[in-house]
Design a protein around this ligand. Structure first.
Ligand code: ADP
Length: 255
């Protein structure tokens, strides 16, 4: 069997205020998976994603990405390379509002630039061509010269996907990528994530709220409860009984 893209071993995270957000999480992710993390608000989903690319520092445990110990990477070069290989998409898009869509997408290439190139915002015609191609892939190339803050939420998230693609990542982490969007737009954005997963072979790990989306897009599901994994399996294995174990007895599936 091929070694996993990602191995998480006994990962724990306690915040300085004493909250134990992760308690000994073990997880392996194979290349090509579309893994969805579910669980109640506060169960540790976002903390887990952010430990994977060292936006948060774990308290203990180990993360291996492509066999390399993420915890041993030095600030600057090592972490820069890690974040180039792991793209991230956020609930609130994290675009630069007054810059053009194209400029936002080009920002995804900064990890490959020298400090002075980044400082002067130097991008070659080749860079721009590639950024446009990625915008085309998410169906939004016609908006390249518009300001990012003039776009709708769904369009902004598609720009964020194009920006992540520009890094040529192996893995994309999507932290509640559709929580700010209406249901129809959510499906459109998820369809693009699925497309890049299937057509470009980029592994995706996403936190999602709605089980209808989980069932449609996930190849595998992990459920967190109070910082621990309580379920791992295929989406169709989330029976009503599991649903209540994950979300609590009083929960209703509003999908
Ligand atoms: P989820 O993504 O499932 O909603 P989080 O990972 O955001 O869960 O949060 C897990 C727990 O850690 C919660 O109790 C939350 O309040 C706490 N938490 C998250 N971020 C911080 C932080 N920066 N400082 C202190 N506590 C935090």
């Amino acid at each position: 069997m091929t070694p996993p893209l990602l191995s998480v071993r006994n990962l724990s995270k306690t915040y300085p205020n004493g909250v134990r957000a992760l308690k000994g999480v073990n997880l392996e992710v194979q290349s090509g998976e579309f893994l969805v993390i579910i669980g109640l608000s506060g169960s540790g989903k976002s903390t887990l994603l952010r430990c994977l690319n060292r936006l948060h520092e774990p308290t203990s445990g180990q993360i291996l990405f492509q066999g390399e110990d993420v915890g041993q990477l030095q600030k600057s070069d090592g972490i820069r390379q890690l974040r180039k290989n792991i793209g991230m998409i956020f609930q609130h898009f994290n675009l630069i509002p007054r810059q053009s869509v194209l400029k936002n997408v080009l920002m995804g290439q900064l990890a490959e630039k020298s400090t002075w190139q980044s400082f002067f915002g130097l991008f070659s015609d080749e860079d721009k061509k590639e950024a446009l191609q990625n915008l085309k892939l998410v169906g939004i190339a016609d908006k390249a010269l518009q300001r990012a803050d003039h776009l709708s939420g769904g369009q902004k998230q598609r720009v964020a996907i194009a920006r992540a693609l520009t890094q040529k990542p192996k893995l994309i982490l999507a932290d509640e990528p559709v929580s700010s969007l209406d249901p129809a737009t959510s499906h459109a954005v998820m369809d693009y994530l699925k497309k890049i997963n299937q057509e470009l072979g980029i592994t995706v790990i996403a936190n999602l709220h709605f089980l209808s989306l989980v069932r449609k897009y996930a190849t595998r599901v992990v459920a967190l409860k109070d910082g621990e994994i309580v379920f791992t399996g295929r989406p169709e294995e989330i029976t009503e009984e599991w649903f209540h174990r994950i979300y609590g007895e009083d929960a209703h599936d509003i999908s």
